[in-house]
Write a protein that binds this ligand. Structure first.
Ligand code: ADP
Length: 601
């Protein structure tokens, strides 16, 4: 990464933190400046006291000096305590805002990006890296340590400037000392860089190991996988994987620490050499009477503090440079563009739900896929009708619905609503005309009422009505807290567990509550028992009302009652008609029907 890129990432990070909380930044800055000057207070006062004692200053002056030194240290430390408490409150705000930023980004992103394996992997990596200390943690640390080191270097140089005015040393002697100091700093920086690079390689290699370890531990913690783990006796296998991950991590970590200590040996050696040279120079200056006894301790302390600060600065700059690589990845997630064309047309509100939909030679490939999931699909819906979409698994039925609902845009061709390309409509408005129950729908650990209404404030009568239509009313009447009953036990101990069929009925009620002109049910009866399934078919026309309803299934018995049936095969619509027409023609539908019929007889 070039220096300019490092700078631009770092500046963006500062802007981001300032945007989240200026108070937080100010507290970091103030706290670190105070913390950096604090060690110089006793150094200065002690030197002054020793010199005062030797010079025979009055007792009053000495006591005043001692009290002033103690008071100043106390004042700085009290101020720091106050600043730290304000800072920790502000840090909580920054942390909350950052957590929310992930959700906000996910909500703004095109669905295509969220579903993309690369995006998921990227997000998982960023979260893992953040958990292991990169990104936010090191960023704040770098603000702190850069402020601290720079202040300490400036204060130290300021306090020891008089050393360079000593006349007992030649200019060459002073320059030699400065050169030795610079060489020690340079060797330290170089070593720190190497150590950090080696550390990074170690953490890079550890990330995959940790991801596997975390996955295993989340399987174990997630009670939904508890059944499979027990039933298939997976405990030993999970235990072995986790144990070997931990052991490998522990052993590799110990080796890494040993390697780092060896790498640091030469720079530690140089540091001790510098200290020796400094003592030699100061003691000989003191013998010549040019340096007071108090100043010896002052100069040595200053040089050691400044050297330490340079080392710290070198270390934190190296870590900051590494962290910039992680921040680059972090920002790349937030920079994922939403390339879906955002139209602005409003969708015409029609009481009669007369919406006319046409697929015009539509083809589609999933992002990153070479093969077409849909190829040259052209069709028109007869508005208000009950349309069935059938076909074997993988034939393109769900993809067809995802395109219709604009979760993806077609790779080729157009989809028209009332004659206008759906891309031209306002995205949220267009979404609002669909109620969809996907095969892999999700319910949330909120109350039943909130799940159906997808809101905290809702009309209980409307929710109850939707639940009745979806066939959930009997179970509802048995629930002690009615609509206020929590689903699952994540939030409340009195929450209820749901069978697959019950969950599907609630998802259907959610779709009905939305009351959108299009109702799409993707394999809606797959988890229902035969009685509930029969009930839904019998009342399907009543449930759908005047809406255009699309009913997807690979079970042909369940779509018989629809007047218009589309048959998908390998991403194409190969047949269309009523059940009777399709059964009597010698095509895919008849083949599937006859193959499945043996189970219905
Ligand atoms: P159906 O609903 O008829 O079972 P789908 O529409 O889900 O079929 O799938 C059609 C084709 O698209 C299949 O080959 C499937 O493997 C592929 N497919 C579905 N979802 C994705 C995805 N997110 N990424 C890549 N390919 C997918």
């Amino acid at each position: 990464m070039k220096l300019s890129e490092h700078l631009s990432i770092y500046l963006r990070s500062i802007k981001m933190t300032l945007g989240a909380s200026k108070k937080f930044m100010f507290c970091i800055f103030a706290d670190e400046v105070l913390s950096a000057v604090m060690p110089y207070v006793p150094v200065w006062f002690s030197a002054r006291l020793v010199d005062g004692l030797i010079a025979g200053d009055s007792a009053d002056t000495l006591v005043l000096l001692a009290v002033a030194g103690v008071f100043l240290t106390f004042a700085i430390s009290t101020l720091r305590n106050f600043i730290t408490s304000v800072e920790s409150m502000a840090e909580y705000d920054v942390y909350t805002l950052e957590r929310w930023s992930y959700s906000k980004k996910a909500l703004e992103m095109a669905y295509e990006s969220i579903e993309d394996r690369e995006t998921k992997h990227l997000l998982e990596r960023i979260k893992k890296e953040t958990q292991t200390g990169w990104n936010r943690f090191y960023l704040y640390r770098s603000y702190r340590e850069i402020t601290f080191s720079v202040t300490q270097i400036l204060a130290g140089i300021g306090m020891s400037a008089s050393f360079f005015a000593l006349s007992s040393f030649s200019l060459w002697g002073k320059l030699g000392l400065v050169a030795l100091f610079a060489a020690t700093v340079a060797v330290n920086m170089f070593t720190e860089n190497k150590v950090q690079a080696s550390k990074n390689r170690f953490w890079e290699s550890a990330i995959d190991m940790n991801v596997l370890d975390d996955k295993c531990s989340s399987f174990i913690k997630d009670y939904t996988s508890g059944m499979d783990i027990r039933l298939y006796g997976m405990e030993d296998n999970l235990d072995t994987i986790m144990y070997s991950c931990d052991r490998k991590f522990g052993m590799e970590g110990a080796k890494q620490r040993m390697k780092e200590s060896l790498m640091k040996l030469p720079s530690d050696f140089m540091l001790q050499g510098l200290k020796l040279a400094l003592y030699a120079v100061l003691i000989s200056a003191a013998l010549l009477g040019e340096v007071s006894v108090g100043s010896i301790a002052k100069y040595v302390s200053c040089v050691i503090l400044v050297l330490g600060a340079f080392n710290e600065l070198a270390r934190i700059l190296t870590i900051t440079a590494t962290n910039n690589h992680y921040l680059k990845r972090y920002f790349s997630y937030f920079d994922i563009p939403n390339n879906m064309y955002q139209g602005s047309l409003t969708v015409e509100k029609r009481d009669d739900a007369e919406y006319d939909v046409e697929f015009e030679n539509v083809s589609f490939k999933y992002p990153g896929s070479e093969t077409y999931a849909l190829k040259n699909v052209s069709l028109k819906f007869r508005v208000g009708q009950k349309l069935a979409v059938v076909g074997e698994n993988g034939s393109g039925k769900t993809t067809f619905i995802k395109l219709l609902c604009r979760l993806y845009d077609p790779t080729e061709g157009r989809i028209l609503l009332n004659g206008v390309d759906i891309k031209k409509y306002d995205y949220d408005e267009y979404m609002s005309i669909f109620s969809v129950v996907f095969q892999d729908f999700r319910l949330f650990s909120f109350t039943l009422g909130q799940n159906v209404a997808t809101a905290s404030n809702y009309d209980p009568e409307k929710v109850t009505d939707a639940l009745e239509k979806s066939g959930f009313s009997q179970r509802l009447s048995e629930l002690p807290h009615g609509l206020d009953t929590y689903l699952y036990r994540d939030v409340s101990d009195s929450g209820i567990e749901l069978s697959g069929g019950e969950a599907q009925k609630i998802a259907l009620a959610r779709a009905l509550y939305k009351n959108a002109p299009f109702l799409v049910l993707d394999e809606p009866t797959a988890a229902l028992d035969p009685l509930s399934e029969a009930e839904i078919y019998a009342r399907f026309n009543e449930i759908a009302g005047i809406r255009t309803a699309i009913y997807i299934s690979h079970r042909l018995s369940s779509t018989r009652f629809c007047d218009d049936i589309l048959v998908f095969h390998n991403g194409n619509v190969i047949q269309r008609g009523s059940h009777d027409e399709l059964v009597s023609s010698n095509g895919k539908y008849a083949e599937l029907w006859n193959a499945q019929a043996q189970y219905y007889k």
